[in-house]
Design a protein around this ligand. Structure first.
Ligand code: ATP
Length: 442
């Protein structure tokens, strides 16, 4: 991991954004817990996706399917047979590797990339990435079930239910945010690749023939979404899957990539999945999943355009993109330039000193603001230190109550990015914050 990633991991722990899971027991590999600031950040990203992908669209509805599904779902989807990576073990040092990640020269000699011993690697075996468990008390084959490795299948198997109950007509989409689990052989890069993660997926059902145009629209829309989330445009790009990368069901696929400190990596996949998924479920479940178009009087299996994003990966992107060590005259300030709409705390309220009634007035202002925004009250230490603590937490605004406030009821609002302070009447604080956070000018 590069130096910058180490600093980010340390900031996340120090400020309560992310902790290693079960840390007091030495931790468990590739699992993380969101702390008090992290949970707010993650919820804000989740909510922004839901608002833009569901609430602001008449053609998309939401779903929250169970993690545990009928085992036949994963046979139909192809996951039981082919959701695998080639795994090799070293007989000497017991390390495990993905065969496709080992240097071919070493692989030829069966040389372990870790301990260097030749002829020490086992033959590759296909390792299925799905976590398996048992339903009910008897551990027999019939009761084997899986923790879902993607949320998409919950959408496909519910497509008729959703369509019939919401009276949607094609084209329309179903969106879902939820946990997915993959027993990754080589997880890493902090929360970039973990074994338990959340996906934000939307499956858009279209008439065959309309799929190419709809695919192009979604490709552009999804890139714009990250820009609107505050991610720098020059750090985002598309990567088209070549023939060797393309999944067997996909007609065309693009990844949206972000330039992380460890390289350009996938943030989201946009796939034209054709009629593969619904056809397979129709075959395996023995249920008719075709659609009757009453305008054209045609019957067909819809094509699916999928936009599949990782919530945790998006959170990591927000943090990485926002992180700055800014050299000031006498010090270095660490600041997270998070977009105000995803920032965990929207504003902090400070009395300059805890006397002369400044603290009571500051408390009163805090009580008013907390009905509208996630705000934070801090009265400990020098005000400069308090500003720095909020800079690290990504809080976009700090409101200070000082001796002037006692005279004319004005307060200062300090902007995290410019560090400039404006003086405004305490009575317009809610409108002012609304405007600055949401761009709301009414
Ligand atoms: P990769 O090639 O990185 O393993 P993938 O192509 O298998 O990813 P998809 O199945 O397309 O990924 O999943 C869609 C999205 O889910 C990814 O773009 C990513 O944001 C997220 N995702 C997938 N696997 C993980 C993981 N192990 N940890 C965190 N997020 C993940």
């Amino acid at each position: 991991m590069t130096n910058i990633m180490e600093k980010i991991v340390s900031l996340c722990k120090r400020r309560g954004i992310l902790f290693q899971s079960s840390e007091i027991y030495g931790g468990i590999n590739a699992c993380y817990d969101y702390g008090p600031l992290g949970v707010e950040l993650k919820r804000n990203v989740n909510q922004y996706w839901w608002e833009t992908m569901v609430h602001q669209r008449e053609d998309i509805v939401g779903l929250d399917a169970a993690i545990l599904m009928h085992p036949k779902v994963w046979e139909a989807s192809g996951h039981v047979e082919s959701f695998t990576d080639p795994l090799v073990d070293c007989r000497i040092c017991k390390q495990r590797f993905r065969e496709d990640e080992i240097d071919p020269k070493k692989l030829e000699k069966k040389q372990c990339p870790h301990c260097g011993n030749k002829d020490s690697l086992t033959e590759a075996r296909q390792f299925n990435l799905m976590f398996r468990t048992h339903m009910g008390p008897v551990e027999e084959a019939a009761s084997t079930i899986y923790l879902r490795p993607e949320t998409a299948q919950g959408i496909y198997v519910n497509y008729k239910n959703v369509m019939d109950s919401s009276r949607k007509k094609i084209p329309f989409g179903i969106a879902q945010i939820g946990k997915a689990f993959r027993n990754e052989i080589t997880p890493g890069n902090f929360i970039f690749r973990t074994r338990e993660f959340e996906q934000m997926e939307m499956q858009y059902f279209v008439k065959p023939g309309d799929d190419d145009a709809v695919f192009q629209q979604w490709r552009e829309e999804r890139l714009t979404w990250y820009v609107n989330l505050g991610i720098r445009k020059e750090k985002l790009r598309f990567h088209q899957h070549g023939k060797d990368e393309l999944a067997h069901y996909a007609k065309v696929a693009y990844d949206i990539q972000y330039e992380f400190p460890f390289g350009w990596k996938e943030l989201e996949g946009i796939h034209n999945r054709t009629d593969y998924d619904l056809s397979r479920h129709q075959q395996y479940a023995g249920k008719d999943l075709s659609y009757f178009d009453d305008t054209s009087r045609e019957r067909y299996i819809p094509y699916i355009i999928e936009t599949s994003a990782g919530l945790d990966r998006t959170v990591l992107t927000c943090i990485v993109d926002a992180y700055e060590e800014e050299n000031l005259e006498k010090e270095t300030r660490i600041v997270l330039h998070l977009d105000p709409k995803v920032a965990p705390i929207k504003a902090a309220v400070f009395p300059l000193v805890n006397r002369d009634g400044m603290d009571e007035l500051a408390r009163k202002i805090f009580e008013q603001l907390k009905n509208q925004f996630n705000v934070f009250y801090d009265d400990s230490g020098a005000v400069g230190r308090r500003y720095r603590r909020q800079d690290e937490a990504g809080t976009p605004f700090c409101i200070t109550i000082d001796s002037q406030t006692l005279k004319d009821e004005t307060v200062t609002i300090r902007d995290r990015d410019t560090m400039e302070q404006d003086r405004v009447s305490k009575d317009i604080l809610i409108t002012e914050l609304d405007k600055r956070i949401w761009g709301n000018t009414q």
